[in-house]
Each structure stands twice: as structure tokens, then as C-alpha cells.
Write a protein that binds this ligand. Structure first.
Ligand SMILES: C[S@@+](CC[C@H](N)C(=O)[O-])C[C@H]1O[C@@H](n2cnc3c(N)ncnc32)[C@H](O)[C@@H]1O
Length: 215
């Protein structure tokens, strides 16, 4: 089991405002991930401390930028699609931290989508859904389409373009600034912000590439 203290410290370092219930849900999610990873092979990361930094805090680093974007868009009832979500990263973390956001996690692997459904029930998250499909086959509309450790930026936008609502954006979590991938983006996709992230306890470069379609 992971102790709550390092998570609390990380959340504080990120300047995130989370309730006790949200902290408890994050810890419960980590416990579920550890338990079912042994059966389902959800992630290659097995060490509990590493799961905390490399998965939970890494995903939490994108929460403040996401909340800011949602606040700018205004209004509740927004829908996010997390593409190639695997064991639910960052989708489940977004669903816990943004209760007004409806989050769907899509993955081609059935047991991963089933795990998300199971996590939604176990954690009491009515705003979380697991979808077993290839993203290319989905229809939207979604207001935000996210991914982490998924594919190159050109593949990500080409495979998910059809699900975008009007004024929707892509939120791609990346390591180092992916200059080559940005240069290879198709015409009609604009990068409007590359936002650097600092993950507590992780000495690695992280960023969000924010993109939108342009006429
Ligand atoms: C490297 S994992 C990343 C998982 C998670 N996002 C993370 O950060 O830990 C990539 C995931 O994308 C899924 N995937 C690959 N191609 C896909 C597609 N076309 N549509 C949906 N999921 C896909 C794989 O099954 C895998 O679970």
C-alpha cells in the first residue's frame, strides 16, 4: 500500500486544491491499479512508489492546466475522451479531480476498458466510463481529447479528429518538447501552447502540447 503522506506532499507541491474525498479516491485508485495489475498487466510500472510518482503525480500535474482550460470554456457538462488510457492514466485521475467533467477512457484492449468500468463502480465515479474500441471508430462529440504515452502527435490527431466538438482541443501529455512531431502535424492542426510541467519527485522533462483544428 502507498502511504498518503507522499501523495499529499505532491498535491501541495502542485498547488492543487483537492478534497479529502478526492485524496482518498486517488489512493483507492492506486490500490486498485496495484491489485489488478498482477492479473491484467495494466502497466509495466510495478513498484508502488514508482506508481505514485510516474503515474499518479505525473497525471496530477496536468490537472491544474485542464481545470484552467475548462474554466475558460465556461459551463458544466463538458466531455473528455482519454485515448489509449490503459490503466486509466490520466483519465481516471481527471475524473476524480474534475467531478463536473464527464470522462471516457478508450482502449483497444478489452481488459483495460473493463478495469476502468470496474474502477468507476468501486470508486463511485459516475462521471467515468471505459470504452473498448479503437479510437478511429468512435464518434463524439468531446470537448477535450487527451492522451499520455499513446502515439506520435500526427497519429493522435489523425485518429481522433472525428470526435472533436466545435471549439474542442487536444491535450497531449509528452516528455521533452516534441519538435519533430509538431513539425509533422497535418495541415489544419494548430499548436496553440506547449506548457511545461513539473512533476514532484520526478526529475524528467514533461509538457502538454495543446492543439486545436483550424480551418
Ligand atoms: C503505452 S500505453 C499508455 C497507457 C496510459 N495512457 C499511460 O499513460 O499509462 C498505450 C495504450 O494505447 C492503447 N491503444 C493503442 N492503439 C489504440 C487505438 N487505436 N485506440 C485506442 N487505444 C489504443 C494500447 O492498448 C495501450 O493500452
Amino acid at each position: 500500500m502507498v502511504d498518503a503522506a507522499p501523495l499529499r506532499q505532491g498535491v501541495q507541491a502542485l498547488g492543487l486544491d483537492l478534497t479529502e474525498e478526492q485524496i482518498a479516491r486517488l489512493l483507492d485508485f492506486l490500490a486498485l491499479l496495484q491489485k489488478w495489475n498482477k492479473v491484467y498487466n495494466l502497466t509495466a510500472v510495478r513498484d508502488p512508489q514508482e506508481m505514485l510518482t510516474h503515474h499518479l503525480l505525473d497525471s496530477l500535474a496536468a490537472v491544474a492546466p485542464l481545470r484552467r482550460h475548462l474554466a475558460q470554456q465556461g459551463g458544466a457538462g463538458r466531455r473528455l475522451l482519454d485515448v489509449g488510457s490503459g490503466g486509466g492514466l490520466p483519465g481516471v485521475v481527471f475524473a476524480i479531480c474534475c467531478p463536473d467533467l464527464d470522462v471516457s477512457c478508450v482502449d483497444t484492449v478489452a481488459k483495460k476498458a473493463a478495469f476502468i468500468q470496474q474502477a468507476a463502480a468501486a470508486l463511485g465515479l459516475r462521471n467515468l466510463h471505459g470504452i473498448h474500441a479503437r479510437v478511429e471508430t468512435l464518434a463524439g462529440p468531446f470537448d477535450v481529447v487527451s492522451c499520455r504515452a499513446f502515439a506520435s502527435l500526427p497519429d493522435f490527431v489523425n485518429w481522433s479528429r472525428q470526435v472533436l466538438a466545435p471549439h474542442a482541443v487536444w491535450l497531449a501529455m509528452k516528455g521533452r518538447h516534441p519538435q519533430d512531431e509538431i513539425a509533422a502535424l497535418p495541415v489544419g492542426v494548430q499548436v496553440f501552447h506547449v506548457e511545461q510541467l513539473a512533476v514532484p519527485g520526478l526529475d524528467a522533462e514533461r509538457c502538454i502540447v495543446w492543439m486545436r483544428p483550424v480551418a
